[in-house]
Ligand binder design. Sequence first.
Ligand code: HEM
Length: 109
Amino acid sequence: MYIAMNRFRVKAGMENEFETIWMNRERHLNEVPGYLEFKLLKGGEVKEGTEEDHTLYASHTIWESYDDFVAWTKSEAFRLAHKGAGDRKPIYVGGPHFEGFEVLLTESR
Ligand code: HEM
């Protein structure tokens, strides 16, 4: 199993705009082989430091395997889901930050 996360730093005051983009986006994941689950995560506000004030968000997806994830990134479904993503630079502090994880243990109640 593989988890892919993309972190976004959204400028203070732009949170509603960012969330509306995700609520209203075109959804293309359901038919993708190996896709299991998607979550949009909202973290805390960040006010200290050298960066502009922002709120942290992350997209979080779970895949059957790393290879399924990579295949999605090269697919038409990925391209369609991202066709508007590059036009919205003014709502972010910097670019997105990708992190991928191989799942070593899964434990649930
Ligand atoms: C390999 C890296 C990336 C991963 C894992 C990823 C993950 C995702 C996922 C899972 C979705 C939802 C797709 C759907 O529902 O069909 C999505 C949409 C979106 N992604 Fe990415 N993404 C990546 C690269 C990027 C980049 C570089 C940006 C640039 C800002 C971006 C911004 C967005 C936005 C704003 C949406 C909402 C859809 C819309 O624009 O209407 N993503 N992404």
